[in-house]
Write a protein that binds this ligand. Structure first.
Ligand code: HAM
Length: 407
């Protein structure tokens, strides 16, 4: 038997949750003025190397990259931001100086060690906002994430930090590098991070490293005046708008493109993979990928991470199930079903069956009405109906029933 690959899951039993999360998040994103964008799953490998960054675990060890039949190095996207930025530049939107707000949803791929809440193919819902320098926009995307989690009744903790900018971050990195140089017991990953992007070390899950970093210099103490002001303003705006948060000074995010605001939504109700969403500002990325300098901020949430936290509303009985007792009626019910589908959700059964079997089918499909034609109905130009929601049975004339409006 051929099975799905390790870390990749079919969405069958969880389909109602998946749909509920998607529909809820998309409705919120639209209310916040974001419009739909979809970008290819397969992109040039260079796109992620230049955006997500060589020092990240994602690029360092998790990408599904391969050489395609045109000898090009391509990669299944590990995240959504880079593709949206590429599309934004390719469409020359960076030259218009306008504000553009996009949302997307789709599969992302990371070759991680699978465990609960951590898949190799997983789904994100993300938003990217371009063109706004104001820290109000950072607050606005955080409010959007909050609205989504609130609408889904998912409880979370919000952690925020500022990662500084080109003025203050390099000075901090120097300090941190000097600190790291003095440590003897860093894990192999942190030794690599020390050379590529030292701040990524603060994100290390190794307990020995973690205790070393308790005494590390923190970016919060190195922010320039502008970054300090923006970060203070962000906290004020969140406070004024009823958003609870804490300042996690060690929050650095797993991708290299962020500056200033970085944030993560954490659940305390799931296991170790507790980040249910994350994002931040990335004002240099458009330029880094060849576009005009453009302010940008966004986030993505992990659909599978919140499966256990959502309860989709019980689906109501809906639609018509139509079946026949004898073979002669199948061609007719096929035509009736074609007409019904223009007005109402319709299920059809092609096998002639006894009434009890049809009722069982209709019940399994969660239909509201079970409609069956047998000998008696055929003789009288009628149809037998049972409303499975309230148990009512009737036998109206077929033509009248087909013309009803099914509201
Ligand atoms: P990220 O933090 O790497 O950010 O991923 C966002 C969310 O995707 C995580 O918080 C988590 O819920 C989910 N996720 C990540 N990896 C996995 C996995 N292996 N299995 C299941 N869920 C996972 C980004 O991807 C950025 N592009 C977010 C962003 C958008 N920043 C700015 N704009």
């Amino acid at each position: 038997m051929i099975t799905a690959l390790r870390g990749m899951k079919d969405i069958i039993d969880d389909a109602p949750k998946y749909e509920h999360i998607l529909n809820t998040a998309i409705a919120c994103a639209k209310r916040h003025g974001f419009s739909f964008i979809d970008t290819p799953i397969l992109e040039s490998t260079a796109l992620f190397r230049r955006s997500v960054g060589e020092s990240s675990d994602i690029v360092g060890k998790e990408m599904y990259e391969f050489i395609d039949r045109s000898a090009e190095s391509v990669c299944l996207r590990p995240e959504g931001t880079a593709g949206v930025v590429r599309a934004f530049i390719e469409k020359k939107l960076d030259r218009s100086n306008g504000t553009y707000r996009f949302f997307y949803r789709g599969a992302m791929f990371r070759h991680e060690r699978p465990q609960k809440g951590r898949l190799r193919q997983f789904h994100q819902i993300g938003v990217e906002s371009f063109g706004q320098k104001s820290v109000y926009e950072d607050a606005a995307v955080i409010l959007l994430a909050k609205d989504i989690f609130d609408a889904l009744e998912v409880k979370y903790k919000l952690e925020i930090n500022s990662l500084g900018c080109v003025n203050c971050m390099p000075k901090y990195k120097e300090k941190l590098s000097a600190f790291l140089d003095m440590q003897d017991d860093l894990c192999e990953d942190c030794k690599r991070r020390k050379a590529t992007n030292p701040i990524r070390a603060l994100d290390c899950k190794n307990s020995a490293c973690k205790s070393v970093y308790e005494n590390a210099p923190m970016i919060a103490d190195f922010l320039c005046d502008e970054c300090k002001k923006d970060f203070n303003d962000l906290q004020d705006i969140l406070n004024q708008n009823g958003v609870l948060f804490s300042h996690n000074k060690k929050l650095v995010r797993g991708l290299d493109y962020y500056n200033k605001t970085a944030f993560e939504f954490i659940s305390v109700e799931i296991g170790s993979q507790n980040a249910i969403g994350g994002g931040g500002r990335y004002d240099k990325l458009v330029e880094q990928l060849g576009g005009k300098p453009t302010y940008a901020v966004g986030f993505a949430l992990g659909v599978q991470r919140i499966y256990d936290l959502v309860n989709p509303p019980q689906s109501k009985r809906e639609g018509v199930y139509i079946g026949a007792i004898d073979d002669e009626e199948i061609a007719h019910i096929f035509s009736y079903a074609a007409a019904l589908r223009k007005k109402v959700k319709t299920f059809i059964e092609y096998e002639p069956k006894k009434l009890a079997a049809h009722l069982k089918n209709a019940d399994r499909l969660n239909a509201e009405i079970c409609a069956v034609i047998g000998e008696e109905e055929r003789a009288n130009g009628a149809i037998w109906l049972k409303n499975l929601a309230n148990g009512d049975e009737s036998r109206p004339p077929l033509s009248r029933w087909l013309e009803s409006d099914f509201n």
